[in-house]
Design a protein around this ligand. Structure first.
Ligand SMILES: *Cc1c(COP(=O)(O)O)cnc(C)c1O
Length: 366
């Protein structure tokens, strides 16, 4: 099944797909673009590469944008709203879209965490003028590095087509590096190798051998001249198309695993999110609220249990002073800050087998 991604336009990364949409919407210098806090640097990076200023909206207890806070914060300068379906949990689309419609501001959906989650029987990504997707390491479908779009407006599509003509393929060396990285990922990434692989990845990207997840924030403008004019590599694209054919199966697997976690993990170390877990959510990872996040992560590492920490700050992985450089004002999104200190996530990806699930459940329940 693939009527989700428009394979005519594929990008170097998810953030490049987002950047392209912002560009064709005419977003320019000094404009504001609303996005939720409790996200990753890739999103404000795209906004800033387009010259605009990220405007952070707090989250609700579903970890997605709060309509109430959006209403409070949007102004005449807000030129687009990016709605993220965090971990695959659909955002509160009815209320958010109503606000956007009232002010006549276009909505872009950040679907990097999910393809097939449904909100009131309609697939996420089909509400806004466009949805964007990512195919890198932590995402539901891993193609190496890459990004895609789902465009819901014919006008917008013809403008994307024009812009896309100017885009190049990644260079040869870059392609090779991405292929090596993918091979390592494919052969080594199992829940059991999560911690050692994570250390290796950080080490290699600090030496510039592996392509890291984030660019240095001081050079977003320079990077914009390079990364933000690239298409997805050939190999990555072929792999994406192939894997998208199994999307339904991949999503069913993820649903089954998260149902296990949700019904069987009963521990005073963690609590489940309170929003009614609707069966139509396809999680990229299953979130839990930890009583003591750092302690739990330490224990998980010792027990060799795949437990991820993202997002660790309102704009992962930035801290303190760095947050200001992407225009985040400390304490402006208290809920995002609170959840960044508490959320941990469990894997639902294809290499999680029944034995992994039992180990994970035992880790919590014993
Ligand atoms: C991964 C991700 C992105 C962007 O992904 P890249 O392909 O790395 O640019 C954007 N938003 C969210 C929520 C993501 O998780």
């Amino acid at each position: 099944m693939n009527d989700v991604i428009n394979t005519n336009y594929t990008f170097y990364r998810g953030r490049v797909a987002l950047y392209s949409i912002l560009k064709v919407l005419g977003v320019k210098k000094h404009d504001h673009v609303a996005l939720q806090a409790f996200t990753c640097l890739a999103v404000p990076e795209a906004i800033m590469a387009a010259g605009a200023i990220p405007q952070y909206i707090d989250i609700d207890d579903n970890l997605c944008m709060s309509p109430e806070d959006l209403k409070k914060k949007i102004t005449g300068k807000t030129k687009a709203i990016i709605i993220q379906h965090t971990y695959g949990i659909p955002a509160d689309m009815d209320d958010l879209l109503e606000i956007a419609l009232q002010k006549n501001i276009p909505v872009i959906e950040d679907c990097c965490h999910t393809y097939l989650s449904m909100y009131k029987q309609k697939r996420v990504g089909s509400f806004g003028i466009a949805g964007f997707y990512s195919f890198e390491w932590g995402k539901p479908i891993v193609a190496g590095i890459g990004g895609g779009l789902n465009i819901n407006s014919n006008d917008l599509e013809s403008e994307i087509q024009t812009l896309y003509k100017k885009f190049d393929r990644p260079g040869f060396i870059n392609q090779i590096r991405m292929e090596i990285q993918y091979a390592v990922f494919k052969f080594l990434y199992r829940p059991k190798f999560y911690w050692p692989l994570k250390r290796l990845f950080h080490l290699l990207s600090s030496f510039g051998i592996a392509e890291g997840n984030y660019n240095p924030i001081d050079t977003i403008d320079e990077k914009a001249d390079k990364d933000f004019l690239l298409r997805m590599g050939h190999q990555q694209k072929n792999r994406m198309i192939k894997k998208l054919k199994n999307l339904t199966k991949t999503s069913e697997h993820s649903k089954r695993i998260s149902n296990e976690y949700s019904s069987k993990i009963k521990s005073d170390k963690v609590s489940h999110l309170k929003f009614s877990l609707n069966k139509e959510t396809v999680f990229v990872r299953y979130p839990l609220i930890a009583k003591n996040k750092n302690k739990l992560l330490d224990e998980a590492q010792k027990a060799n249990i795949e437990l991820a920490e993202w997002y660790t700050t309102p704009i992962h992985p930035l801290k303190d002073e760095e947050l200001r450089k992407v225009h985040y004002i400390s304490t402006s999104c208290p809920n995002a800050e609170k959840y960044a200190q508490r959320i941990v996530t469990l894997p639902t990806h294809g290499s999680v087998g029944n034995r992994d699930v039992s180990r994970i459940i035992n880790f919590f329940n014993n």
